[in-house]
Design a protein around this ligand. Structure first.
Ligand SMILES: *[C@@H]1O[C@H](CO)[C@@H](O)[C@H](O)[C@H]1NC(C)=O
Ligand SMILES: *[C@@H]1O[C@H](CO)[C@@H](O)[C@H](O)[C@H]1NC(C)=O
Ligand SMILES: *[C@@H]1O[C@H](CO)[C@@H](O)[C@H](O)[C@H]1NC(C)=O
Ligand SMILES: *[C@@H]1O[C@H](CO)[C@@H](O)[C@H](O)[C@H]1NC(C)=O
Ligand SMILES: *[C@@H]1O[C@H](CO)[C@@H](O)[C@H](O)[C@H]1NC(C)=O
Length: 425
């Protein structure tokens, strides 16, 4: 695969929030709101008609974790707020673990540290601190695989660092940029793997002369390299996102062009971003269900929005905040809310089908809502050494350490629930 995903080409063009509200804003508060509403996440303080945060998850059902986390009967881990945690993060850039330089914000000179001093607080309960030994005991003798793009690797590296506070791993595949990488924890006979597949389905660069430059995605053909590699995994954390937001040519299972997204060609129907995103998850979940030997639990780690404010990624958009925002302050635009609901719908369908088929479990690791509130957690200009003259900022990946560590705190609680271990630590 030729496409690369570096901090210098962080994201494909993303349409702004919501054209209608943009127009209204434009009419009502010309300059200020035009500026604010070109942010990927819209500011809502000035738009009373969009204050209702229930809009964020129009289609998700109550979480499966509610009753079984050992955290009390009614705790929904995924709705809550960020609260101050002056003790700071679990690890630092000095911890003996791999942090991609593009997310190693402290090493790259990020001057503020407050963004590391918050913890996720579910409304009805406390989220227990991450306990590396407890995690490793739960996964003893097991294999966990992350499948996805660079944000998937971002979570994997957070986990590597959280575990490194307790034990050392052995890296079994030594090429740092290999498509598949494996770590092994000898004392726990635990294998952790990362399989790089940014569309999850088959894709390739399209004709480079196209404007905008585009990729071919074969929405009904899984990216064939990863399913065999997860066949023996006990846990699979699958995710994908930003790579669907660029110009794409959609193909069916016979390889025929059936439409596109953002292709600007009057002879090709633009089927929209959600069409491709839905089909890619449907195909991927089916591929997992079709793995004869697979008995593991699949977690969909939900989409997280980027937080460019004042413009898009290629128009001088920035993410320079230093603390979380309050819930009413930023909204997930309709575009992102629908990406989220689309993937959750497909997960729910797989959940039903996989269970009927042969007792396979599909679960949602819900991070969209919590990360909506963390515009301060991105590398911004500290996505590379020096951090001074960076023109394209990274407002989509997450600094390590940083708010992304909470994803693994949640993952631990979900594992506890799935493995039926109750009670606090
Ligand atoms: C969760 O607990 C509540 C009350 O204890 C109960 O009514 C509900 O059916 C339970 N839900 C599940 C999915 O077990
Ligand atoms: C860690 O970050 C600090 C700045 O916060 C820097 O001085 C130090 O060199 C970094 N160490 C490593 C090993 O990256
Ligand atoms: C390690 O785990 C694997 C399953 O992943 C199992 O087959 C093997 O027997 C285990 N080895 C030891 C020494 O427990
Ligand atoms: C669309 O099709 C027409 C007729 O075949 C052709 O003349 C035109 O160049 C095509 N447009 C594009 C953008 O390919
Ligand atoms: C940053 O850019 C400015 C203006 O373009 C230039 O004068 C300066 O030397 C650059 N600094 C570094 C560290 O590259």
């Amino acid at each position: 695969m030729k496409a690369t995903f570096t901090s210098s080409t962080p994201f494909p063009p993303i349409p702004p929030c919501d054209t209608i509200s943009r127009r209204l804003n434009f009419l009502i508060f010309p300059s200020l709101l035009l500026l604010l509403s070109t942010a990927i996440l819209c500011y809502n303080s000035f738009s009373p008609w969009r204050q209702d945060i229930n809009m964020v998850y129009p289609n998700s059902k109550p979480s499966q974790t509610e009753n079984s986390t050992g955290l009390g009967n009614q705790c929904d881990l995924f709705s809550g707020d960020w609260v101050p945690h002056p003790e700071g993060p679990y690890y630092t850039n000095e911890t003996n673990c791999e942090i991609d330089i593009r997310q190693n914000c402290m090493k790259n000179g990020r001057p503020d540290t407050e963004f590391m001093n918050w913890r996720w607080k579910p409304e009805q309960c406390e989220l227990p601190l991450f306990d590396a030994i407890q995690f490793l005991e739960l996964v003893r003798g097991k294999t966990m695989a992350f499948v996805g793009d660079s944000l998937s690797r971002n979570q994997l590296q957070s986990l590597l660092c959280l575990l490194a506070t307790a034990v050392d791993s052995i890296q079994a595949s030594h090429e740092p940029f290999a498509k598949s990488r494996v770590w092994f924890y000898p004392e726990y006979n635990f294998t952790l793997a990362f399989h790089w597949s940014f569309h999850l389905v088959k894709s390739e660069d399209a004709d480079l002369k196209l404007d905008p430059p585009s990729m071919n995605v074969y929405l009904e053909e899984v990216d064939e390299y990863w399913p065999p590699l997860i066949e023996n995994s006990d846990f699979v954390i699958i995710s994908s996102g930003q790579w669907f937001l660029r110009a794409l040519m959609y193909h069916d299972k016979k390889g025929r062009l059936i439409g596109c997204y953002l292709c600007k060609n009057e002879n090709i129907t633009d089927l929209g971003v959600h069409y491709g995103y839905r089909m890619a998850f449907r195909t991927s979940f089916r591929a997992i269900m079709n793995l004869k030997k697979f008995k593991g639990i699949t977690f969909l780690r939900t989409f997280t929005p980027s937080h460019f404010e004042g413009g898009m990624w290629n128009e001088g958009g920035k993410c320079s905040r230093t603390r979380p925002v309050a819930k009413h302050e930023m909204q997930l635009g309709d575009y992102f809310a629908e990406l989220h609901s689309t993937q959750v719908e497909e997960l729910r369908a797989a959940e039903t089908e996989g269970w009927k088929l042969r007792g396979l479990k599909f679960r949602v690791l819900e991070v969209t809502e919590m990360m909506r509130l963390r515009p301060d957690g991105h590398p911004s200009k500290y996505g590379r050494p020096g951090g001074v003259n960076v023109t394209t900022l990274d407002c989509a990946h997450w600094c390590l350490p940083g708010p992304i560590d909470a994803w693994n705190e949640l993952l631990l609680q979900m594992l506890k629930m799935e493995l039926k271990i109750r009670g606090s630590r």
